[in-house]
Design a protein around this ligand. Sequence first.
Ligand SMILES: Cc1cc2nc3c(=O)[nH]c(=O)nc-3n(C[C@H](O)[C@H](O)[C@H](O)COP(=O)(O)O)c2cc1C
Length: 369
Amino acid sequence: MLAGNSIGKEFVVTTFGESHGKKVGVVVDGCPAGVPFSEKDVQPELDKRIPPQLKIVSGRIEKDKVEILSGVFNGFTTGAPIAMLVANKEADSSDYEVIKDLPRPGHADYPVRLKYGGFNDYRGGGRFSGRVTVALIMAGAVAKKLLAAFNVDVLAYTKSIGNVRLDNSLSPEEVRKRRYKTSVRCPDLACAKAMEEAIVNARKEGDSLGGIIECIGLNVPVGVGEPLFDALDTDIAKILLAVPAVKGVEFGAGFAAAQLKGSKNNDVYRMRGSKVVALTNNAGGILGGLSSGMPIVVRVSVKPTSSITKEQLTVNLSLMENAEIKVGGRHDPCVVPKAVPVVEAALAITLADHMIRAGVIPKVLKEKK
Ligand SMILES: Cc1cc2nc3c(=O)[nH]c(=O)nc-3n(C[C@H](O)[C@H](O)[C@H](O)COP(=O)(O)O)c2cc1C
C-alpha cells in the first residue's frame, strides 16, 4: 500500500498489517510522557472486540494478546513512539483461493485488484479486512488513558441492528454499565435480545445485517478543534469513515435536523449558577467545528456484511466472464458488535489529537518526582 495509513497531527496513529499476515500493529507517535500505561490497559479493550456468543460472530476467534514494543518505561509513556503488536493465529486462507478471481459484491475486492495490479494480499480481504481495526483499538487504549487523566470519557454502544432500534434514552452511567453485558453491545437487555435474534435469523437465511452505533464524548472542554479544515467534526468524521463498513456519520440531530425549524433545532442557552449551559444538544456538542462543552454525540451507519453465503452475481476477472458467488469462509453476519469498541477508539484518538493541538493536554503530564 502507498501512503494513507496514518492519521492525526500531534497524536499520530500509523497502522499496519493484513488479515492473514503475521501480525497487525500500530505506532502511536506524539503521546505525551507520563501517562500510566501497560498491557493491562490494552488487553481489556481488545477483549471487548469479540462477543463471547459465537452465533452472532464469525468463527474466527483470535485470542489477541498485545505486545508493547516501545515507548513505555517503568509503567509510564516516555514520549517516544509506542509500538504495539498482536499476532494473527487463527487465519484460514483456504476459502479465499476459490474466490480469488471472483470479486465479492459489496467488498473492496474489485477496486483493490485494479488499483494494486493484483499484488494485494487478497487473503481474508488483506488490508481491507475488519481485522485491521485491532490496530485502532490498541491506539485507542493509549488515547483513552490519556483522556482519562483529563476526565474525558468516550462511550459507544449499539443503537440499532436491522429494524430493531433502541429508542429509550439511557444515561451515560447505564450505557457504561450495561453495553458490554450483551452480545450485541446494546445496553438495553430486551432490545439486545431482539437484535441478537435478528442477526441469527439473517445468518440462517445466508444473509447479513447492518446497524447504527452511537458514540458519546463526555467532558470535552469548550473550544477544541481547528476550523476550517481540521474542525473537530471534520476530523471525527474522517476517522470514523475509515472504519471498514461505515457508510454514514451524523452529529446530534444529524439528518433529522433538515426537517426541523431553526426555533426547534437551536440549542438555547441558560445560566446555571455561573455556568453557561445549553438546554438541548441537537448540535451534538460541536458548533463551528469547535467543541461546545455539551457531550459530543456522533452516530455511524454500518452497512450489512458483504460476504454472505446467499448466491449472488459477480464476474470472473481471469476469464472476464459472468459468474456466481456464494461467499464461504468465516464472516460476521453483522459487524456492528465488533465495531462498537472500534468506534469508541476512533473518537478517543481524534479527541486526544485535538486536545493536544488545543493546548489542553501538555507534552508532559506532570514532572517526575
Ligand atoms: C470489526 C469489523 C469486522 C468485519 N468483518 C467482516 C467480515 O467478516 N466479512 C466481511 O465481508 N466484511 C467485514 N467487515 C467489513 C469489510 O471490511 C468492509 O466492508 C470492506 O473492507 C469494504 O469497505 P467498505 O464497506 O467500507 O466500503 C468488517 C468490518 C469491521 C469494522
